[in-house]
Design a protein around this ligand. Structure first.
Ligand SMILES: Cc1ncc(COP(=O)(O)O)c(C=O)c1O
Length: 387
């Protein structure tokens, strides 16, 4: 008898980010720009409050599946204040990071064979989540020379009778684009016309620069039944390892999304929920500090890319902490090979663009969520290597 794994998993390629991490570990002193994760620790008041709850034995049981009521009430306040979303606690599920929320949302909305439109290049995990739900990812290219702007015509052209959902992240991983309000209103009109669900990943909601504004599509009252919005504590409060996020949808969707949520997680870790409550109730200065650091780091990366001249062409990101330069050299057509060579020969680790869908081929993703010195080290090495 031959035991074989299910096609829904075998079809998923190895993660290039993990592959680059594994390869990087074979070398010493790599200038590492591959990860999109905060390098600092969560603020101390968050850790202390969770630690106290753990010591007092308040975190040993399950919470209700949807999460601690006090936390959901705090989330409701935040959604009103920062996202313009008018919500009830019964419309929120606390999830194991944004990732579990997105997976549960897809499992609740698509049937096998349905199509999900992904404006792309897009976050590689979104592609894999669609595949895991036995649906088909359909890529609608972004307009690269307009800063990877949403292309409503491309999205409209991608809609077929099988389309059930559109899934996007803004600010975007990998390009750092902040989708404009007008474009998102246009997308909402398409979703309403074709009865599609819009699933959003707003992980980088607070990291926008140069006056750009983050717009939550669920703030439009008419999108009430058509939007499922996923958020996280990972980026805003540097709480990557706590694995806590949340989603908002109307109560009918929540009843359905709760089923895969229970099957995958039962509830989010309770110690992490206490930490999340501390994050929402405490000072918000860390968000401002992180944003300022990312802006400075972005500016430095752009300056250094300019100095490299004809190697890359880039769109200056207005958000997140990632950028997605196009490789101008002939050998850049195969981004995976290019990326591996850059690591082996120049000790700079990036992520191949092909990981973010076929429209990402010929690009590299570079993270500026690193100390400025790491950016300088990486670009000093690239200057020696390319120039
Ligand atoms: C766009 C995007 N969404 C979600 C995540 C992960 O979020 P979480 O840690 O909340 O699961 C990441 C992490 O890099 C991301 O870039």
């Amino acid at each position: 008898m031959t035991i074989r794994a299910a096609q829904r998993v075998t079809q998923i390629p190895k993660s290039a980010i993990h592959e680059m991490t594994r390869l990087s570990q074979q070398f010493e002193d790599v200038a590492f720009l591959s990860w999109a994760k905060p390098t600092s620790s969560a603020p101390i008041h968050i850790r202390e409050r969770a630690a106290e709850a753990v010591v007092q034995g308040h975190t040993d049981g399950y919470s209700t599946n949807a999460g601690l009521l006090e936390l959901r009430q705090a989330i409701v306040k935040k959604l009103r204040r920062d996202n313009g979303i008018s919500a009830q606690a019964s419309e929120v599920i606390v999830t194991v990071g944004a990732i579990e929320g997105l997976t549960a949302a897809l499992l609740a909305t698509v049937d096998p064979g349905d199509e999900v439109i992904l404006p792309s290049p897009t976050y590689s995990t979104h592609i894999n989540q669609v595949l895991l739900a036995s649906a088909t990812p359909v890529f609608a290219p972004l307009v690269e020379d307009q800063g990877f702007r949403l292309d409503l015509d491309a999205i409209a052209a991608a809609i077929t009778p099988k389309t059930r959902a559109v899934l996007y992240c803004t600010p975007s991983n990998p390009s750092g684009t902040v989708f404009g309000e007008e474009d998102l209103r246009g997308l909402a009109a398409l979703a309403l016309e074709h009865d599609l669900v819009v699933i959003t990943d707003e992980a980088y909601e607070y990291f926008v620069f140069d006056g750009a504004r983050h717009f939550s599509i669920a703030s439009m009252p008419e999108m009430r039944h058509h939007a499922i919005s996923c958020f996280t504590f990972t980026k805003s409060y540097a709480m990557t390892g706590w694995r806590v996020g949340y989603l908002h949808a109307d109560e009918e969707w929540i009843a359905q999304i709760n089923k895969p949520h229970i099957a995958c997680a039962i509830c989010a870790p309770v110690a992490s929920q206490v930490a999340a409550l501390a994050a929402l109730e405490g000072p918000q200065d860390c968000i401002v500090e992180f944003r300022e650091h990312y802006r400075l780091a972005r500016d430095r990366m752009c300056e250094r890319l300019d100095r490299l001249g004809g190697v890359f062409e880039y769109q200056k990101p207005e958000g997140a902490y990632l950028m997605f330069p196009k490789i101008l050299l002939e050998e850049g057509r195969d981004s995976k090979q290019f990326c591996e060579r850059l690591l082996r020969e120049a000790l700079v680790s990036t992520t191949p663009g092909v990981d973010f869908g076929s429209t990402g081929e010929g690009h590299l993703r570079m993270s500026f969520c690193v100390p400025i010195e790491t950016i300088d080290l990486a670009f000093d090495r690239m200057e020696r290597y390319f120039l």
